[in-house]
Design a protein around this ligand. Structure first.
Ligand SMILES: [Cu+2]
Length: 283
């Protein structure tokens, strides 16, 4: 690797670190999409993802402290008790105090972690009273989204191919019809599939729910801010697995209501009937 290549790689890493720090300091989202040379999570867009990120950061401190502590012990033993400095080792085999301590202390650490871990698991899994429901059905290789209680319509979301991408649209992440949701609302997502197991996953929402044929799984999210967020199917589901992205557009309540009014005429009803506009009027 040439010197200029090394310098280029390092400048990218430094840029990524600077971006992470900027995001952390300002507390604002940079973009809820994968970034070149990204090392951390995508910026959190929901309360669940914020808690996941905080839990992850807290655990990083715990494991860093434990690793450094064990490293210091090892270095101390190697320096203080090596063959030269300690030619006649002691014959000690047991020390009750030390043995009790190295059993109790790790247990206390694990119990402490588990309390926060279970709280987070319940927060993710216990779905609050939802403002609306969306049913996401996985197919090889696209998603169908149904809005049963806010408009009674359904549509498919297919990948936009490379040659059809408009400037600014993300390759392999853009769909022809985004999943549109209102920001600030609690959205319950029901997932299922018509063929093989898929997985409905949006990293910045902190959700990943398997879509299993013949089963209805549930998860939820509440997007803080309007914006576009990207996810992908996260279960190996065949050779089109990498080509069934999830593009979520969060709108303000007023914009969302406008979109629903348009969607009711644009998309077919959930039972497969034609759209309201195209429906043949009954005499
Ligand atoms: Cu899939």
């Amino acid at each position: 690797m040439g010197l200029s290549r090394v310098a280029a790689v390092w400048s990218k890493i430094a840029g990524s670190i600077a971006a992470c720090i900027a995001c952390f300091v300002s507390g604002s989202a940079l973009a809820a999409e994968p970034q070149p040379w990204q090392m951390g999570f995508q910026p959190a867009a929901t309360p669940v993802m914020r808690d996941i990120e905080n839990f992850h950061s807290a655990l990083l401190w715990v494991i860093t402290f434990i690793s450094l502590f064990v490293l210091c012990l090892l270095i101390y033993v190697m320096v203080r008790f090596n063959h030269r400095r300690n030619p006649t080792p002691s014959r000690t085999t047991h020390n009750t105090m030390v043995e009790v301590a190295w059993t109790i202390v790790p247990i206390l650490i694990l119990v402490g972690i588990s309390i926060y871990s279970f709280k987070l698991l319940y927060f993710e899994g216990d779905i609050p009273k939802a403002d609306m429901t969306i049913k996401a059905t996985g197919h090889q290789w696209y998603w169908t989204f149904e809005y049963p209680d806010s408009g009674d319509f359904s549509f498919d979301a297919n990948l936009v191919g490379d040659k059809d991408l408009k400037p600014g649209q993300l390759r392999l992440l853009t769909t022809d019809n985004p999943l549109v949701v209102p920001a600030g609302a609690i959205v319950r997502v029901q997932t299922t599939s018509t063929d093989v197991i898929h997985s409905f996953a949006v990293p910045s929402f902190g959700i990943k729910e398997d879509a299993v044929p013949g089963r209805l799984n549930e998860t939820w999210f509440k997007v803080d801010q309007p914006g576009v967020y990207y996810g992908q199917c996260s279960e190996l589901c065949g050779n089109g697995h990498g080509f069934m992205p999830i593009m979520v557009q969060a709108l303000s309540k007023a914009d969302y209501d406008k979109w629903v009014a348009g969607a009711k005429t644009k998309f077919a009803k959930i039972d497969g009937a034609a759209t309201q506009v195209a429906a043949v009027p009954s005499n």
